[in-house]
Ligand binder design. Sequence first.
Ligand code: ASP
Ligand code: MG
Length: 399
Amino acid sequence: MSLIVQKFGGSSVANADRVRNVAKIITDTYKAGNDVVVVVSAQGDTTDDLIAKAKEITNNPSAREMDMLLASGEQISISLLAMAIKEMGFPSISLLGWQAGFNTSSAYGKARIHNIKADRLRTELGKRNIVIVAGFQGINKYDDLTTLGRGGSDTSAVAIAAALRADKCQIFTDVEGVFTADPRKVEGAKKLEEITYDEMLELATLGAQVLNNRSVEMAKKYNVELEVLSSLTNKPGTIVKEVAKMEKMLVRGVTKDTDVARISLVGLSDTPGVAFRVFDKLAAKNINVDVILQSVGRDGTKDISFTTSEDNAEKAVELLSEMLDCKISCDTDIAKVSVVGAGMESHPGTAAKMFEALYGIDVNIQMISTSEIKISVLIDKKDADRAVSAVHKAFMPEE
Ligand code: ASP
Ligand code: MG
């Protein structure tokens, strides 16, 4: 007998038929003799709808009340799912985050899980119940409800799997797994059988939307093996783990991220401490920067460009205009295209191959950044889809 954690996203439980479909998957797992803990998100677009409701009342809701509101979405889906399972003749109980022992930091809207006091979960499993837990939420030291940030249910599932030392953590969604590129847009995109935590983290951060990146970080930390699979087709998905077989691929995936803004500071004084002051200021205001490029100094001045997310751009320009006496510009018509793969660490020529593919379709590269397992380029936003296809084609072996 194994202990299996299964997580179902909002689209997998969007309506009564989908809820029944999910209940069938869960009860099949249970019938096979396993203990099952299930984590669910709010149905369909419920969370977005709740946010819209708050906006009808105020533009500036308190973070605490926002969490009180948003946590209600998952309360609906857990109770309905438990009912559907009982209707099929199996024992089941639904638990809110706090009932399942999720203790979090007090940062409303972006709480971190401190620990899971799993006694209740264990008791319910001991009674042979199928336990359905509300994802995305917990409770803080003030006994207030908290939420973990958008897409947080993946993290809830991984946290339970880690706390209970589950044998498996299955993340069910509406795609069949992790693909080498977005299968709706890129011809020849293939489903991966396996991928490493590090590669998945890069892909999740770079815009592949299958898994929330904090959940992957946590899975790596506690060595929880994940499987990403579809709740709509009965097929094996993609396994995320420490070491993954390479399937003859140098590159595991190609992604694009269009939520990028580039800010250029032109004519900064070429003296020590300038970069420190700029990025320290941004960090103090919680503005994350990504690619940074500094020009060689000339005539006592230098230029620095960096990227951040679009929603941070305006704030960053405002902050920097207050403190710097240089020309500041901001460009949001750009996209970041990246290739990710642990294989590139030991294979020279990956970057050249990517640049050749872009040259082949006449796309100009504006900035480049690399890590051991990733190469990202910044290009014109309008070229992004073509670039992803061309780069994907260059790297994926022909069938
Ligand atoms: N319902 C929450 C959201 O939409 C959590 C989740 O789906 O993981 O962000
Ligand atoms: Mg959702």
